[in-house]
Design a protein. Structure first.
Length: 592
């Protein structure tokens, strides 16, 4: 519901297809609310709600709507809206021949998030010649498949007026716009009557099950002190009430009565004064923090939200309470085995909590930093002050790189030239996506922020996840990366925050101890020094989506998409170990 089948996505259930309804149709329980003050402030909401899961047949959980509305019968070949088939209630069968119906394979969508049924009538009648326009009967469509090939040429749409057209060419970027078929601004996940008039985006034909039909815009944050502390967690549901009382200068006796009445102090060592001071502290912190602008960062690793986490992870926690959500300490010193060369610090994160929220979604094109502000689709008909989210707990290891060695490595000619290839490809991709939304006159200022250190740290995270999945016994999909990269940050967190049973196996923290870390880094670098796809893999000058990888493939450093925060792009294992022609490109090329 947060990463795969969220609001506005298409989901097949049995022999029917549905679209997940907007947030205002969800029946949520205020008692199950999720709190993460830093993420709430960043996204401008007052809390989060886990997707409700009601046991059938109650139907009070997440609701869905029938979509697409067009269905076809494989026996009589009729192609029309589902309600016109006369199907028995609760079933999906043709009223005429009693055969199971099939949802339309094709839908149309635009980059602004709108979604609609494929315009079969317009496709047939606008694509064919005007002959037969004097037909005065009812226009009824039928779907036929020649079966000779699997191509769209074999899928024929016929009308009783005599016209017919195949689906060949329907997936072209301008196929619909050339026929004068505009985007109608439909938002079926919000219900009828919610169309947005005047959408100028090009409608595109998609397969109903295509991944391009729904791209989530996810945001996440770790719970760090003071927000992860036991007392702050107890305050969360009552913070707004207590804040209002303090702002109104209500006497402390009354506030203490409210605190006791709310049960904040039940079975705890805290006092009413502790609660008041914690609320005042939160007020000061919330007022001093400045949330990021409402844009989708090109590299989220450099946001202010990440910077706060970086400082906490780097220096760890001095004290810890049993109910706290965050614990981070240094491993014991090992005089016989120092940290691997190039690694400045290792921290053991024995306790962490992450909140992942679904902020919005897009269609057709993946979310990008240039156009996302104009393309985010509405999650509800009426504005709500919460977002769907999940909270997961786990453990991990945080590493930072040696700043001096990193700066020396970044200035090498080979390093800069190799990173420049990816940066130029990324800039071209950003500009290409921006043309349709912003026009050509504005794309000159668009530049990729990609740096050599980002490619290095990202690829190192992938190499370690592959290695630790073998060392610690985790499936790679249960380990995740979280990057902290900017001009003054160079860190990565590998952690097990997953909601399934694999997230509680334990063992990842042990990989951060000096001896094990030294061995695993050495083994990981040895593993990526050769790929079964070499030499083409290492010699590649462009690979992956939009040519945003260099020496990276599924035989070496690519991961399951649940593990990577950038969809397996911006990777190059040459940044770790160098190339046969220029070993100096590799940060770890020597002394490991």
């Amino acid at each position: 519901m947060i990463t795969t089948y969220g609001v506005g996505s298409l989901v097949a259930i049995g022999d029917q297809s549905y679209v997940v309804s907007g947030l205002d149709s969800w029946k949520v329980d205020v008692l199950s609310a999720i709190y993460e003050p830093r993420l709430e402030r960043w996204l401008g909401v007052n809390g989060f709600q886990p997707p409700p899961a009601a046991a059938p047949p109650a139907g009070d959980g997440v609701r869905v709507r029938l979509f697409p509305e067009f269905y076809s019968c494989p026996t009589c070949h009729d192609l029309k809206e589902f309600r016109k088939f006369g199907s028995p209630r609760g079933k999906s069968r043709c009223g005429a021949c009693d055969k199971p119906l099939t949802p339309s394979r094709f839908v149309i969508a635009c980059e602004n998030g709108h979604l609609d049924d494929f315009p079969y009538f317009d496709w047939v009648h606008k694509k064919t010649s005007p002959a037969g326009s004097s037909f005065e009967g009812r226009h009824e469509l039928s779907l036929h498949s020649g079966g000779r090939t699997a191509s769209l040429r074999s899928v024929i749409i016929r009308c009783t007026c005599g016209k017919e057209a195949s689906m060949e060419g329907a997936f072209g970027r301008h196929a619909l716009s050339r026929l004068g078929i505009p985007c109608r601004g439909r938002r079926p996940w919000l219900g009828r009557g919610t169309e947005q008039e005047g959408c100028t985006a090009l409608p595109r034909t998609l397969q109903r099950g295509s991944s391009a039909a729904w791209f989530p815009v996810n945001r996440s944050a770790l719970s760090i002190p003071p927000w992860s502390e036991t007392l702050q967690k107890r305050i969360n549901p009552h913070y707004q009430t207590l804040k209002t009382l303090l702002e109104q200068r209500v006497d402390h006796t009354t506030i203490e009565q409210v605190i006791r009445g709310n049960g904040i102090l039940r079975d705890s060592r805290f006092t009413s004064q502790d609660v008041i001071e914690a609320v005042q502290r939160r007020q000061r912190l919330m007022e001093s923090e400045q949330p990021d602008a409402d844009t989708y960062e090109a590299l989220e690793s450099a946001t202010e939200l990440r910077r706060e986490e970086y400082e906490q992870l780097r220096f760890g926690t001095a004290t810890i309470d049993r109910g706290d959500d965050f614990e981070c300490t240094r491993p014991p010193e090992d005089p016989d085995t120092p940290l691997p060369p190039g690694i400045e610090r290792s921290m053991l994160v024995t306790r962490l909590r992450e909140v992942r929220a679904l902020q919005s979604f897009t269609r057709v094109e993946v979310p990008d930093p240039v156009t996302i502000g104009d393309r985010k689709a509405a999650m509800s008909k009426e504005k709500v002050d919460w977002l769907p989210a999940i909270e997961v707990s786990g453990e991990g290891v945080f590493l930072t790189l040696d700043a001096r060695r990193l700066n020396d490595w970044e200035t090498r000619a080979g390093t800069s030239a190799r990173a420049g290839l990816l940066r130029d490809n990324h800039t071209a991709a950003l500009r290409r996506r921006a043309v349709a939304v912003m026009g050509r006159e504005s794309i000159g200022r668009i530049r990729s922020p990609l740096s050599p250190r980002y490619i290095l740290i990202h690829t190192l995270a992938h190499a370690l996840i592959n290695e630790w999945s073998l060392e610690a016994g985790y499936p790679a999909a249960s380990l995740r990366e979280r990057l902290y990269v900017s001009n003054d940050m160079a860190g990565l967190l590998i952690y097990t925050a997953t909601s399934d049973s694999a997230g509680s196996l334990g063992g990842v923290v042990a990989q951060g101890e000096y001896k094990r870390l030294h061995e695993s880094v050495k083994s990981a670098l040895s593993r990526v020094s050769w790929c079964s796809q070499d030499p083409p893999c290492m010699e590649s000058e462009a690979s992956g989506v939009d040519s945003l990888n260099l020496a990276a493939c599924y035989a070496c450093v690519l991961l399951p998409e649940t593990s990577c925060e950038t969809n397996n792009i911006f990777l190059d294992r040459a940044m770790l170990i160098g190339t046969p022609d220029d070993p100096s490109v590799g940060y770890f090329a020597t002394n490991i």
